[in-house]
Design a binder for this molecule. Sequence first.
Ligand SMILES: C[S@@+](CC[C@H](N)C(=O)[O-])C[C@H]1O[C@@H](n2cnc3c(N)ncnc32)[C@H](O)[C@@H]1O
Length: 275
Amino acid sequence: MSSPSLDHTRNPQASQMADESMVRTLAAQISAIWPQELPLLDRYRGAARVLDVGAGTGEFSSRLAQLWPEATVTGVDVLSSSVELARNRHQALAPRLQFEQGDAFQLQYPEGSFDLVACRHVLQAIPTPELVISELARVLRPGGYAHILTEDYGMLHMMVAALDPDELWRDGPVQYAARTNTDARIGRRTWSLMRQAGFIDLRVDYVIVDTVRVERTVFADIMRAWRDGYVEALASGSSRSPEWFRAGFDQVIASIEDPEQYAVWMVPIVSGTKA
Ligand SMILES: C[S@@+](CC[C@H](N)C(=O)[O-])C[C@H]1O[C@@H](n2cnc3c(N)ncnc32)[C@H](O)[C@@H]1O
């Protein structure tokens, strides 16, 4: 059997996920998102057994383990390099916080093992997200919660200048996702997928990453890391060149850093209860 980290059908962005720019992406994203996400976690207070699927460098798992000292938190990721990095970084919280290698499509835990399952920034990067959502439901106990932070590249708005940023997101991530059998606008579809998976009491909350709520430098760092990790992939198979994508990201970064301009990335978080 091949290593799951090499399975490009289930993790088509494996090389970007393993790149150093992804470590910067995840650090900047959590720093922008966590303050607004924190109050939403009240809904799950008392959850003792937590699973974080596609945990990456463990930014969220480790914050959760610190927030809830009674909880055991397991972060699972298909990439061995991410698992190792997360383990090393957060070893002070072990064994209450653990990181394991595993595939979101076939989680290695019995039915009903967890009170809360989180899955953040993952669904946009995988094919057949409905299969992963069913796996999340399977490992939850009845009455347990799913917390899904989901991306949508139609929910980024920046002021138009030499280039129209809407074209950057459409010709970039949206088309790249279509070429790799994924959906870069999964954010607007996640509520339906969770409903179809049988979740009840569904809620959709938005984290607003914008130039009013988030430090401009942090927001710009997210875009810088995306640029560094994805320009070549976005251009490959596209009618646009890497230079066009780079110029687009540079314009977006300049617009976020310009104190005269407003920019926003809306990030849906869909949560629900297993019936
Ligand atoms: C953008 S990162 C998000 C990391 C983390 N959830 C966070 O919010 O900081 C997506 C992660 O999902 C992982 N991933 C992708 N496909 C996976 C799969 N089939 N099973 C488990 N993890 C997967 C990637 O390796 C990557 O670490």
